[in-house]
Design a protein around this ligand. Structure first.
Ligand code: GAP
Length: 474
């Protein structure tokens, strides 16, 4: 479609992303036909592609392309002692407040922050939070009654039982972080791969958290996926490794195409630090609407906390023998951690754009376009015969098969509806290039390649299309 004018508008809101995600098959509400199960989501045909592309890029960047990194895929269920040693049984809590009237549940620190404007709420004990809530005589934000309970600690680990549910059954937890699998396998990893300190282990996998206040679409969910690195260093080199990983995380932010002005780094103060961390930085993203700056990723110095606790609890020597220096020590650990869902969400938010356009007939139109980095886009290209005529569809299908084969990636094929509508659909799902086979193709053996972002069109010989796309997708 020829255009007279194009005007960009500031666009992304959470509502628009949720609607597009459902409409185009990225993310569906979980158990939808039963009215949904709150805060569970399923990834549709395009969502699973975007998610896999994120995970693949992460794995290539941090595991395959680095000689100091190896991979692991540990189980979700682990020996319950793991979570005693790691401190999660005692420390992995959120402060909870109930309303006695309407039974709504709230995070006490969130109530203090959002309703009473107390900035450092997370650093306060449940007793301190209770005192502040009572002093303010705060009403339940849901029903308005002044019937909030005292704040109490609530452990966020889901548990289940192995074997029959009786005294013989063994209580186990669904892991709340993937990290512990790496610490528990650290000795086997050292023994079977030729890595030497400093080295890191990357892992992608599910984790589960019984969040009190999940929500904001896929921002805070109960079942999440983490991409985590535990990087083992000499104790005296951990501060330098922390800085190296800070830089590497910024490189990742750029790689996935986020606008750097939407991301900032915030240092935890001492009271906010997790029980295992001596220093933590949060990468925060500026979410639209009332959400504002919220955690996207984390970078922590876990010192030798985890290895020391597992050594003590298991009785297994986890020290590292440094041959060159002829010494033994427990390595310190730097942990860059990335949530898959938050990557997915921020990538969608940043990519979403609307353009007010006017076609040659003067008709106003809004073009929704998902400006995803090509390496993340579900489809890298779409082949569109101009009309559903056998002479065009035969050539188009052949080109489609060749591209899928030669690019070894997902390509779409669409011969339905008019070409304008098909372009709009591909814009909305983020396909960077559309290849149109028209009647001229039968004469000149070339197709029109339309660029998603600029809508510029270029004539390219069919034989050159693979090379053309390969250059641009990378
Ligand atoms: N191993 C360290 C750890 O788990 P965390 O800050 O609790 O640290 C790491 O979680 C990352 O996992 C976060 O930065 C975020 O991206 C993601 N994440 C945590 N809880 C989440 C939830 N309930 N829903 C979605 N993503 C979550």
């Amino acid at each position: 479609m020829a255009l007279d004018s194009v005007q960009a508008t500031p666009a992304a809101t959470m509502d628009k992303i949720v609607a597009l995600a459902k409409r185009r098959g990225f993310v569906f509400p979980g158990s939808d036909i039963y009215g949904g199960l709150a805060n569970t989501w399923d990834y549709g045909p395009l969502g699973v592609e975007l998610k896999n592309n994120i995970k693949r890029l992460w794995w290539t960047t941090f595991v395959h392309r680095r000689s100091d990194m190896i991979g692991l895929d540990a189980g979700i269920l682990m020996h319950p002692k793991v979570w005693e040693a790691s401190g999660h049984v005692v420390n992995f809590n959120d402060p909870l407040v109930d309303c006695r009237t309407c039974k709504s549940r709230f995070r006490a620190d969130h109530l203090l922050e959002d309703k009473l404007g107390i900035g450092d709420a997370a650093t306060k004990s449940p007793q301190e939070m209770t005192a502040i809530l009572q002093e303010a005589n705060l009403a339940c934000p849901h029903c308005g009654n002044r019937t909030l309970t005292d704040a109490r600690q609530f452990n966020m680990m889901f548990d289940t039982t192995i074997g029959p549910v009786s005294e013989t059954g063994q209580k186990v937890y669904l892991r709340p972080e993937t990290a512990q699998g790496i610490f528990v396998q650290y000795k086997n990893l050292l023994a079977t791969s030729r890595v030497k300190v400093p080295f890191g282990v990357g892992q992608i996998g599910k984790a589960f958290r019984n969040e009190i206040t999940p929500g904001n679409f896929i921002f805070r969910v109960l079942e999440l996926e983490q991409m985590e690195i535990e990087f083992f260093t000499k104790p005296e080199e951990s501060a330098a490794a922390f800085e190296d990983w800070l830089a590497a995380m910024w490189t990742w932010v750029r790689l996935i195409g986020l606008d750097e002005s939407h991301v900032r780094v915030r240092e935890h103060d001492r009271e906010e630090l997790s029980h295992y961390s001596s220093r933590t930085l949060d990468f925060e993203y500026d979410f639209p609407g009332t959400m504002g700056w919220k955690e996207l990723y984390g970078l922590a110095n876990r010192t030798d906390f985890d290895l020391a606790r597992h050594q003590e609890t298991s009785g297994v020597d986890l020290t590292y023998f440094d041959q060159a220096a002829n010494t033994r020590y427990l390595p310190h650990v730097i942990e860059p951690t990335f949530g898959v869902e938050r990557t997915f969400l921020t990538v969608m938010l940043d990519a979403y754009d609307e353009e007010e356009t006017v076609d040659v007939n003067g008709k106003a139109d809004t073009r929704v376009v998902l400006r995803l980095a090509p390496r993340l886009a579900p489809y890298k290209a779409a082949v569109l015969p101009l009309a559903k005529k056998p002479e065009l569809t035969t050539v188009a299908r052949e080109l489609f098969a060749t591209l899928q084969d030669e690019l070894d990636t997902l390509v779409d094929y669409d011969e339905t509806s008019n070409i304008g509508k098909r372009y709009r659909r591909q814009d909305e799902i983020g396909t960077p290039f559309c290849l149109t086979v028209d009647f001229d193709t039968l004469e000149d053996g070339a197709v029109t390649i339309r660029d998603r972002d600029t809508m510029a069109q270029q004539r390219v010989a069919i034989g050159d299309t693979t090379a053309y796309l390969r250059d641009r997708i990378r």
